[in-house]
Design a protein around this ligand. Structure first.
Ligand code: SF4
Length: 147
């Protein structure tokens, strides 16, 4: 079977981030500020990916939740039949955010946890939230998904 497009595309929607991990793979910077394409161009990109036959769109960063239009990106992609996954460092995941991710039909949410101990996580991730707070997004997402 010959494929005409990638099945799976990871889109680094912004390099702005509210963490500063020592291992960051994407040159994301703490406090970089808005650096992303305007909404119109972003929606056009999603149109092109859907038209090309991309089946799964992974929204990544940086931190996607720093984009004020993250809900519109998801809604547009799912309306075109794409499966959407979402990567976040978890700092901004609140019960409302978890609810919206589920309502918008996100099929998979990835949250980074960068160490097996609180000390390791804090040394590596250098996030604004300490590891003790960092378990909060897992609990919030699990509660939304499973009640
Ligand atoms: S949370 Fe992700 S994007 Fe942000 S600094 Fe850490 S590795 Fe980079």
């Amino acid at each position: 079977m010959k494929l005409s497009s990638p099945l799976y595309v990871v889109w680094e929607t912004t390099l702005d981030c509210n963490a500063r991990c020592v291992h960051c793979y994407s040159d994301a910077l703490f406090g970089r500020g808005p650096d992303y394409w305007p909404l119109k161009e972003s929606l056009e990109l999603i149109d092109q990916l859907a038209e090309a036959g991309v089946f799964i769109l992974a929204l990544s960063g940086g931190e996607v939740l720093l984009r004020p239009d993250w809900e519109q990106l998801i809604a547009h992609a799912t309306s075109l039949g794409m499966r959407v996954t979402f990567a976040t460092n978890g700092i901004l995941v609140t019960p409302d955010v978890a609810r919206r991710l589920q309502e918008l039909g996100v099929s998979n949410v990835s949250v980074s946890l960068d160490g097996a101990t609180a000390e390791n996580h804090d040394a590596i991730a250098v996030c604004l939230a300490s590891s003790k707070k960092h378990v909060r997004p897992y609990n919030t997402l699990l509660k939304q998904a499973y009640g």
